[in-house]
Write a protein of this length. Structure first.
Length: 235
């Protein structure tokens, strides 16, 4: 038996899994849009698992989630092993789905979950690029499901103000009390910080749902609908 080397669609699978850190089988198949059957795709996944490049994690309702192993991370642009815990699983699946959905918006794209962030001055959960009215920029994404200590919030806000690698940071919450705490802290920061941080609360946000269109976003001291901030200008 020869040595297995993942090339072609096998490599595409590994790179896409790494892009999301952890991703459901069916969503992975859909995003890759490979010209092959789902049953053949499943056989490829099993082969990558057997060869030690991928590992699967069982989820609710017989769903299967995939993440890279250490071996898989070494041959892709992403070193993205998932450290197994219920809290991290929920957070990372929500982050993956949020970035996936934001990528569909007219001015946003090329987003991915961040893993090895030594390159950046501050560590967000995800990164997505903006191209609004021909002006390009980068948007860090933070998914906040739990309350952080106030000094930690202030420190992170200040870090984003100093970070030249991100033009803006969008914080997304699923609990209004947590959102309100961050909003109060942001209101006490200087104008330079308030000009880089956006806050949005989507209480219905889950591992499979993120309905952000029409949602209010707090930016520069006022609320605006998501589309008002991120859509291209209408002539």
């Amino acid at each position: 038996m020869g040595v297995f080397i993942p090339v072609d669609s096998y490599m595409l699978i590994l790179e896409e899994v790494g892009r999301w850190k952890i991703v459901g089988m069916k969503k992975l198949f859909k995003t890759l849009n490979l010209n092959q059957s789902y049953s053949f795709f499943c056989r490829q996944i099993r082969k990558l698992e057997l060869e030690g490049y991928l590992r699967s994690i069982p989820g609710p309702r017989r769903r299967k989630f995939l993440t890279l192993t250490e071996r898989g991370g070494k041959i892709t642009p992403y070193n993205a092993q998932f450290e197994e815990s219920d809290a991290e699983l929920n957070h990372d699946l929500i982050t993956s789905n949020v970035i996936y959905e934001l990528n569909k918006f007219e001015t946003l794209g090329e987003g991915h979950v961040l893993h090895d962030t030594d390159f950046f001055e501050v560590e967000p959960d995800g990164l997505i690029y903006i191209n609004r009215d021909g002006l390009k920029g980068s948007l860090a994404v933070e998914i906040e499901l739990t309350q952080k200590a106030k000094p930690r919030i202030v420190s992170k806000f200040s870090a984003y103000k100093r970070a030249n690698c991100f033009n803006y940071c969008l914080y997304i919450f699923n609990k209004e009390p947590v959102f309100n705490t961050y909003k109060r802290q942001l209101e006490n920061m200087n104008e330079e910080v308030r000009g880089k941080i956006l806050l949005m609360c989507v209480t219905s946000m889950t591992v499979s749902s993120f309905q952000y269109l029409g949602m209010p976003v707090y930016f520069r001291g006022e609320f605006q609908a998501f589309e008002e901030i991120f859509s291209n200008s209408k002539d």
